[in-house]
Ligand binder design. Structure first.
Ligand SMILES: Nc1ncnc2c1ncn2[C@@H]1O[C@H](COP(=O)(O)OP(=O)(O)OP(=O)(O)O)[C@@H](O)[C@H]1O
Ligand SMILES: [Mg+2]
Length: 290
């Protein structure tokens, strides 16, 4: 059975006359990392909220279709079950921090406290999460004294400590500087290595290509396609949807350097490999560049 399924999902915010999500269907296997891309207003955050059950649980409005987690309908789960199943990381770590706790450690423990996890287990889980995300050394720090990257990793640790099967991250690095971005992407890679199913809404296509098994392209609330990064970024019509391929793919396209499958490369490593191969076969791409 698929781990996460969307079936004809539709959603309209209260007072709005356009659908933020328009008949979206897909299924995702356990452990997959799914990128969510699309121009501003295309529905990425709305889809994230629907996957985490906040639509229709928290946001009212008109809702149709369903999200199934392990075959169970998210809209019918109680809040407790839902937050053990799926965790949501927001764009801005400031919005995730409760503001009620004096240390990073207590902040990470907050969710576990709320669901009544026994004290010893709570300590073990908080420590594990903080160590995994390399923030245990900041455990005594005041949450708002942390750097953006540390604060976002603290937020992710709080989500991870809940041991969800699914983590949804809505542009988790968009407020961070390059160092913070790097730290958080390493943290996401760690989560992925733990078999967690990941949804990652993100504008940086190089990161999406490097991280994701498949990518969902949204436009005006509709799912245009959900495919491997190579197939999606090799499409000729991306500009129609207001997105661009990774810079390596654009370069390879200009120079018509394709892999054996006819697709353009999407990561630096792959692009380099194909360019080197071309050089060996005398295609002269690198000479042309020089
Ligand atoms: N709280 C809200 N109330 C009414 N309409 C909303 C609300 N939030 C989003 N929308 C609308 O729903 C549509 C989808 O918005 P959404 O925030 O999901 O897009 P997005 O892809 O996440 O955009 P961005 O890249 O700017 O984060 C847009 O038309 C937006 O104006
Ligand atoms: Mg958004």
């Amino acid at each position: 059975m698929a781990h996460v399924t969307a079936l004809h999902l539709k959603y309209k915010y209260p007072g709005s006359d356009t659908l933020a999500l328009h008949d979206i269907s897909f299924s995702v296997e356990r452990g997959e990392c799914i990128g969510i891309i699309g121009e501003n207003g295309s529905g990425k955050s709305s889809l994230c909220q629907a996957l985490a059950g906040l639509i229709p649980g928290f946001y009212k409005g008109a809702y149709g279709g369903k999200v199934l987690l392990d075959g169970q309908e998210a809209a019918h789960m109680d809040a407790d079950t839902l937050c053990r199943k799926v965790g949501l990381v927001f764009q801005n770590p400031f919005n995730q921090v409760t503001g009620a706790k004096l240390t990073a450690y207590e902040e990470v423990a907050f969710g576990l406290e709320n669901i009544g996890v026994p004290r010893e287990e709570m300590h073990a889980r908080v420590r594990e999460a903080m160590e995994l995300l390399h923030i245990y050394e900041y455990r005594e720090h005041y949450p708002f004294d942390l750097s953006g990257g540390q604060m976002q990793r603290m937020a992710i640790a709080g989500v991870f400590a809940m041991r969800p099967e699914i983590i949804v991250l809505d542009e988790p690095v968009s407020q961070l500087d390059p160092q913070g971005r790097k730290e958080v992407f390493e943290a996401i890679r760690t989560l992925s290595g733990h078999g967690i199913t990941i949804f990652l809404a993100e504008h940086n296509m190089e990161q999406i290509a490097a991280f994701c098994d498949r990518v969902a392209l949204l436009h005006e609330g509709r799912l245009i396609c959900m495919d491997t990064p190579a197939r999606l970024f090799s499409r000729d019509d991306l500009e129609t949807y207001g997105v661009e391929a990774p810079v390596f793919t654009k370069l390879a396209r200009v120079l018509q350097v394709r892999g054996q499958d006819g697709l353009f490369p999407v990561t630096l490593e792959e692009t380099k490999r194909l360019f080197m191969e071309k050089r060996q076969t005398g295609a002269g791409v690198l000479e042309w560049l020089e």
